[in-house]
Design a protein around this ligand. Structure first.
Ligand code: B12
Ligand SMILES: C[S@@+](CC[C@H](N)C(=O)[O-])C[C@H]1O[C@@H](n2cnc3c(N)ncnc32)[C@H](O)[C@@H]1O
Ligand code: SF4
Length: 427
């Protein structure tokens, strides 16, 4: 049985294979999965053509093809799936990832080429699916977390409970290549917050952590390989001082100053002690979310903001030379041209901080998406779900705000936009 896995890269950033590496490692550890099973991950660079995708996938003559689906690759992935199915009608096509997890019914209904959608966390579900493909056991109807098709009907099985002990998932890094430019290390899953535009918390809201020992081992490999950068996947890295202290203590002797750690953190939580801990781990870059300053907008998106604590956190980062991007979202419900501008001005009052402007995408699976009509959001109904207007932020005003950002960028290097190629496009 041959399975090919692929994840079409984001056009600016390049490939992201962490999820697929976990799936493969986790399944291959199962002694009941015979050694004859082949699971191949095929990689594409950011300049890929659909042609290459089809060719690279089909040439291994797979029985099963799995794609990771995100907002940035779903359109191309579906194009590739249609062609693959035409060329190989017997192949089973399986999709996973956040983009299909919350819209399984729609994708199954609209795209007949899809055989199975894996909703939510994939490791355990994928392992069972591989066993199913090899022996027919377990039967599809017994595999939690999937949507599938049989005799022209679509079935949605019950959700799969999340893996409780993340350390059960084997590390995707048996070794790390020397001098690599970036390594990604996942230290937790989930998010304790419930921002209404975000699906990081996923289907499971309780946060689970990889053990400090596991994280230390992966970091050590990155340090020893002289990796230039380690990007930590943790929704709020600095939420728990005790864990940060343990992690810092366990790596301070092995830290490599050539290897810069990049984290997502809450500015409000940054303290002098945290700065010391950041330094011990060589955290040199922090991304932090402001999103908006307008109270009505904050209420609409389900976030709190303590201006004073936020400012104090940014000041500490800047005083101690820790680079930081402060995220602001353009087009949120409740905001208008002037309140959005206030958000940018708030960031720019902090010397050293950069404002990183994101264009609001109204993601399926979020509270805002579910309540769009009530809140007054009009957005694209397919990926990338860009906001078109809200009851407080008309289409013209959004356009004006985009132009304002453009002119601010020309004058001030501290203002940047996320995903420049798409930011200034309206539709
Ligand atoms: C890395 C990342 C990026 C990178 C990606 C590129 C790169 N080369 O690294 C960058 C920075 C470019 C990025 C950008 C954006 N991102 Co982003 N990003 C992430 C992040 C932090 C990690 C993804 C990851 O690898 N996770 C770890 C793996 C293990 O989890 P996973 O991918 O979900 O995979 C698991 C399951 O989904 C499943 N699975 C996945 N694939 C498959 C395939 C098969 C066959 C099976 C069986 C199972 C399966 O099993 C896996 C293991 O459990 C996630 C948040 C998160 N923690 O997941 C957001 C996330 C994916 N991003 C998100 C969003 C919204 C964005 C932006 C739109 C934000 C913005 N500001 O505009 C942009 C989009 C850019 C664009 N061009 O459109 C959303 C996704 C929503 C969606 N529907 O896809 C997420 C979930 C965060 C959020 N805000 O809610 N992002
Ligand atoms: C993945 S999030 C993590 C942020 C961090 N946990 C926090 O809240 O401070 C990184 C940034 O992506 C942006 N983002 C997340 N969801 C978005 C959406 N639906 N539309 C636009 N930008 C979004 C936000 O600006 C956010 O700060
Ligand atoms: S924006 Fe940040 S804090 Fe809010 S839910 Fe997403 S990851 Fe969590």
């Amino acid at each position: 049985m041959r399975c090919v896995l692929a994840s079409l890269p984001e056009r600016n950033e390049g490939s992201a294979l962490l999820g697929l590496m976990y799936l493969k490692e986790y399944a291959m550890r199962d002694p009941q999965i015979p050694e004859s099973v082949e699971i191949n991950i095929v990689e594409f660079n950011k300049g890929y053509q659909i042609d290459d995708v089809v060719w690279k996938v089909c040439r291994t003559n797979p029985d099963v093809v799995g794609f990771s689906c995100y907002v940035w690759n779903i359109e191309d992935t579906l194009k590739a799936c249609r062609i693959i199915k035409k060329l190989m009608p017997e192949v089973r096509i399986m999709l996973g990832g956040p983009e299909v997890s919350y819209r399984a019914e729609t994708y199954m209904r609209e795209i007949p080429e899809i055989d199975i959608i894996v909703r939510g966390e994939g490791e355990e579900t994928f392992r069972e699916l591989i066993k199913h493909f090899v022996s027919g056991n377990p039967k599809l109807q017994r595999i939690k977390g999937i949507s599938f098709r049989r005799e022209g009907r679509i079935f949605h099985n019950a959700d799969r409970p999340p893996i409780r002990k993340l350390d059960l998932i084997p590390s995707p890094y048996p070794f790390i290549e020397d001098g690599v430019s970036a390594v990604v290390i996942e230290t937790s899953r989930g998010c304790p917050f419930r921002c209404r535009y975000c699906v990081w918390g996923g289907m499971c809201h309780n946060v689970r952590y990889f053990s400090v020992e596991r994280v230390r081992t992966e970091l050590q490999k990155a340090f020893e390989a002289n990796a230039k950068k380690v990007v930590i996947y943790d929704s709020v890295f600095n939420i728990n001082n005790t864990r940060m202290r343990k992690l810092a203590a366990s790596v301070e002797q092995i830290v490599n100053e050539q290897t810069n750690l990049v984290i997502e953190a809450k500015a409000e939580f940054v303290s002098k002690e945290q700065i010391k801990l950041f330094r011990k781990m060589n955290v040199t870059f922090v991304e932090t979310g402001l999103q908006a300053v307008n109270p009505e907008t904050l209420k609409n998106i389900g976030r709190n903001l303590n201006h004073e604590r936020f400012s104090r956190g940014l000041k500490l980062l800047n005083d101690y030379g820790i680079n930081n991007d402060v995220d602001v979202i353009l087009g949120l419900p409740g905001d208008n041209f002037f309140t959005f501008r206030k958000s940018l001005e708030f960031v720019l009052r902090h010397k050293g901080s950069n404002a990183l402007v994101h264009y609001f995408v109204n993601l399926p699976g979020t509270w805002l998406y579910e309540n769009s009509r009530r809140v007054g959001i009009v957005s694209m109904d397919h990926a990338p779900y860009r906001v078109l207007s809200t009851s407080s932020f008309g289409m013209d005003e959004i356009k004006k705000a985009q132009l304002m950002v453009k002119s601010m960028m020309a004058e001030n290097p501290s203002v940047r936009v996320f995903n420049k190629n798409e930011f200034f496009v309206h539709y």
